[in-house]
Design a protein around this ligand. Structure first.
Ligand code: PEP
Length: 263
């Protein structure tokens, strides 16, 4: 269903009126985690002022350590919904468990499946049936073929509004958090009609890598980038070192707009 054999033309996925796909380079920005109403609103204002089309923010955080901040859960969803209504930007947020799908779908415009859940097949089927577009991140240990098969699980439930997101894979290299697989962009676009975006924040893991990795992604043909921002990264509860501050985000948005003109 997601292959080019099924559909020759590349697809555009609309998230509450915002197109993701060929002809546009969509900027998605927001906090890694929803921490407080103030922090979420400030991050959303940063995203909007820089010209981002969608806002991101995690209420349920799948953390490697059970002792790390796990997200605000339902309270975080309520904060996201309030900020969305105030700012007027569509929201993408992660869902980590089948039992949360309905609640997340009720407040979000797009459901995110994170790298750790890319092969959680019951969860893929549940989001496929939830009636909202899905952002499917590539598993950090998954081949492109496995990633596309994960998308098939969603599509099989009647939902072809799927955006693929390359977010780095595990390699021997430790200089970056994960290794951004730039080749995944043209390869996935050749095999599948779905839009492909890149997450330079979670792949690089460091603020100073976000701009060069975004540039590389767009030149490789990515249909958008999704980045972490925070009003005060030094006190962020999750992934502060990779969060952009206001001026970084403006520089990034300018670079995205410049490159998008040539693509
Ligand atoms: C995220 O985007 O908040 C996230 C946890 O990303 P990933 O699943 O790619 O690690």
């Amino acid at each position: 269903l997601v292959s080019r054999e099924h559909r020759r033309e590349r697809s555009v996925v609309e998230v509450r009126g915002v197109p993701i796909g060929p002809q546009t380079v969509t900027l998605i920005a927001g906090p890694c985690a929803v921490e407080t109403p103030e922090q979420t609103l400030q991050a959303a204002q940063m995203a909007r002022a820089a010209g981002a089309a969608l806002m991101r923010g995690g209420a349920y955080k799948p953390r490697t350590s059970p002792y790390a901040f796990q997200g605000l859960g339902e309270r975080g969803l309520r904060i996201l919904a309030e900020v969305r209504d105030e700012i007027g930007m569509p929201v993408v947020t992660e869902v980590v468990s089948t039992e949360h799908v309905d609640a997340v779908a009720a407040c979000a415009d797009m459901l995110q499946i994170g790298t750790r859940n890319m092969q959680n097949f019951p969860l893929l089927q549940a989001v496929g049936a939830a009636g909202k577009p899905v952002l499917l991140k590539r598993g950090m240990n998954a081949t492109i073929e496995e990633w596309l098969m994960a998308a098939e699980y969603i599509a099989q439930r009647g939902n072809l509004d799927i955006v693929l997101c390359e977010r780095g894979i595990r390699t021997f290299e430790t200089a970056t958090r994960n290794t951004l697989d730039i080749s995944a962009v043209p390869v996935a676009q050749r095999l599948s009609h779905l839009p492909v975006i890149v997450d330079p924040s979670h792949s690089g893991g460091r603020r100073e890598l976000v701009l060069p990795l975004s540039r590389a992604a767009i030149v490789a043909g990515a249909d958008g980038v999704i980045v972490d921002v925070h009003p005060r990264p030094e006190i962020a509860l999750c992934d502060g070192p990779q969060a952009l501050v206001d001026e970084d985000l403006h520089e990034l948005a300018g670079a995205v707009a410049d490159l998008a003109r040539y693509m």
